[in-house]
Every structure is written in structure tokens, then in C-alpha cells.
Design a binder for this molecule. Structure first.
Ligand code: HEC
Ligand code: HEC
Length: 268
């Protein structure tokens, strides 16, 4: 993205004073994909892209669901256990779990996402090696776990011990960074619904992650998307699974409260 273009994009926003409210969900126009003015990235898709997500036989992300289902039943590690050996059927045990993630973790006194919990189970409970972040296995398992909550509303806890982490995530979201000196909020709040080059800016919600991106030709994690958005403004991205991205993921999940889990969503 060119500096000039982004500058003019923001200037246009300022002059027209087009705010968040103009993007309102006109009386159920977006159905289950919106909660008041909170809108899923789905609502910004072309009819063609929506059709790919709607049809499980066309949605390429479903391949990762299948891979995750296989891994869920596979014995691994020195304890000789599979995920299923402890948790039972995923359709029952994992239903609704993803709606509450990321969440505060008593053991580490930090925020953990699904990926972190899966690797905790592998190291602590299975005595297996953790899966590398963004590896095929960790993506497949995360897609599979989150898929068990498909259609259920996102509902993360941001009170109690989560408060300081939530506040850090919010600060990160609103902080300008990179050579273009832009915050997440400049694009996904101030300019949602407008074009940034060929891209229609959405609210940057995470309810569909890990998401199948037509551009990536595979599924990618929330943290991959965060890294991409940091790079767009020429800021140095943080590491996968960094505390910064865990806190940010909590804040962004809260922004999307009430949106349905869509995993695996399809996006451009
Ligand atoms: C030996 C038993 C055991 C095995 C095997 C195991 N887990 Fe767990 N799992 C637990 C326990 C105990 C917890 C509670 C939190 C903790 O101790 O980490 C848990 C928690 C979870 C949670 C969070 C549930 C919630 O409501 O927050 C998820 C998701 C999960 N496990 C996924 C997996 C996956 C995926 C695998 C296989 C890669 C797996 N587990 C293997 C014992 C196990
Ligand atoms: C220069 C503008 C810009 C900035 C700044 C920016 N993004 Fe994005 N972001 C985009 C574009 C373009 C897309 C793809 C189209 C869309 O969904 O908005 C996107 C997509 C996303 C998505 C995927 C949405 C979905 O439905 O799949 C998330 C999540 C996201 N951004 C989060 C962030 C976060 C967090 C930050 C701050 C670290 C950030 N973005 C900063 C431009 C930006």
C-alpha cells in the first residue's frame, strides 16, 4: 500500500467525517453475521466469496477440519494418549470452548489462545513435542476445535484477572506504529467500509479464524493476520504467540462479541 493512498484515504475519512455508525446493520440486513453495528468480515465479502464459505463442499478450509479430526484421535507422545482419550468426542467436549478464547490462564498468569492450550495439552498431558506455530498440525487442530463452536456467539471474558491484559490489547490496537504511523483502529474502526486500494476494509474481526485466505491458498492463524497488518504499515511484526499478540487477540475477540464463530471462514 502506498503512503499517498493511505494518506488520502484517511483524509477522505476525516473530511466526510464518516464514522462507524454509518456502517450500521440496517435492520437484520446481515442476519447472524452482525450484532448491532458489530459486523463479521463475511458481510464485506462478494457474493462469490460468500458462496464458497457457505458450501462445506466448496470451502477449502474444510480440509483442515478433516485433518484436525484425524489428529484428535491419533496417539502421540510418551504418555501414549490421544486428545480423544482424555476429552472424549470433540463434538461434545469441544462444543462452545472456542467462544471463550483467548482467556486468562491460572498456570502462566497470562492470556492463552486455543493454539497455546493445544500445545499445553501436548507437552503437559501427552508428553509430546509442541507443534510449531503456523504448522499444518497446529492450524488443523485449531480449525477443528474452533469448528465445534461454529454458529455460536463469541463471548470472551474481559473482567477479573483478564482486565490488565485486555487494557494492554486495547492500547496496542489504538497505538500508531510503523513508517505509515497508523493504528489498527485507523483502518478497522475509522475507515471500515471504505476501500484501501483493491481491499474493502472490514472491522478486522477474528470470529472466522483460522481463516482460509484465497490469497494465501491455505488457512492462517489470527497471529499471521496480525503480522500481515503490522507489515502493511511497515511496522516490525511481533512473534507468533507473543504476549503482545495474545493480549491483542483478546481485545479483538471482545470487539467481535456476539458474532458467530465461522471457522473455517473464507476471506480474500
Ligand atoms: C492426559 C489428558 C489430556 C490429553 C491427552 C489432552 N488433554 Fe486437553 N486438557 C486436559 C486437561 C486436564 C485440561 C484442563 C486445562 C489444563 O490442565 O491444561 C485440558 C484442556 C483442554 C482444552 C481447553 C478446554 C476449555 O474448556 O478451556 C482444549 C481446547 C484441549 N484440552 C484440547 C486438547 C487437544 C487438542 C488435545 C490433543 C492434542 C488434548 N487436549 C489432549 C487433559 C488432556
Ligand atoms: C493500513 C490499513 C490496516 C491497518 C492499519 C490494519 N489492518 Fe487489518 N486489514 C487490513 C486489510 C486491507 C484487511 C483485509 C480486508 C479486511 O478484512 O479489512 C485486513 C484484515 C484484517 C483482519 C481479518 C478480518 C477477517 O474478517 O478475516 C484482522 C483480524 C485484522 N485485519 C486485524 C488488524 C489488527 C489487529 C491491526 C493492528 C495491528 C490491523 N488489522 C491493522 C488493513 C489494515
Amino acid at each position: 500500500m502506498g503512503k499517498f493512498h493511505l494518506g488520502s484515504l484517511l483524509a477522505a475519512g476525516a473530511i466526510l467525517a464518516v464514522g462507524f455508525s454509518t456502517q450500521a446493520n440496517a435492520e437484520g440486513k446481515h442476519g447472524m453475521y452482525a450484532n448491532g453495528e458489530i459486523r463479521s468480515g463475511y458481510t464485506y465479502l462478494t457474493p462469490q466469496s460468500k458462496a464458497i464459505q457457505n458450501d462445506d463442499f466448496q470451502n477449502p478450509g474444510m480440509i483442515w477440519v478433516d485433518d484436525g479430526a484425524t489428529l484428535y484421535e491419533a496417539v502421540d507422545g510418551k504418555a501414549g494418549k490421544s486428545c480423544k482419550a482424555c476429552h472424549g468426542k470433540a463434538e461434545v467436549a469441544m462444543k462452545g470452548v472456542a467462544t471463550t478464547y483467548p482467556k486468562y490462564d491460572e498456570d502462566t498468569k497470562k492470556i492463552k489462545n486455543i493454539e497455546a492450550q493445544v500445545n499445553r495439552c501436548r507437552t503437559k498431558h501427552m508428553q509430546a513435542k509442541p507443534w510449531k506455530y503456523e504448522s499444518g498440525q497446529l492450524l488443523a487442530m485449531t480449525v477443528f476445535i474452533r469448528h465445534q463452536s461454529r454458529g455460536m456467539p463469541m463471548n470472551v471474558s474481559v473482567d477479573g484477572p483478564a482486565v490488565p491484559f485486555f487494557q494492554k490489547g486495547e492500547k496496542f490496537y489504538k497505538q500508531r506504529r510503523g513508517a505509515l504511523d497508523m493504528a489498527c483502529s485507523n483502518c478497522h474502526i475509522d475507515n471500515a467500509g471504505k476501500n484501501a486500494r483493491a481491499n474493502l476494509l472490514s472491522q478486522g474481526q477474528t470470529n472466522g479464524f483460522p481463516t482460509y485466505r484465497l490469497k494465501w491458498q491455505k488457512v492462517g492463524s489470527t497471529h499471521r493476520r496480525f503480522r500481515g497488518c503490522n507489515k502493511q504499515v511497515r511496522a516490525t511484526p511481533y512473534k507468533y504467540a507473543s504476549d503482545e499478540y495474545m493480549n491483542l487477540e483478546l481485545y479483538v475477540a471482545w470487539r467481535g462479541r456476539g458474532l458467530p464463530v465461522e471457522t473455517p471462514a473464507v476471506r480474500n
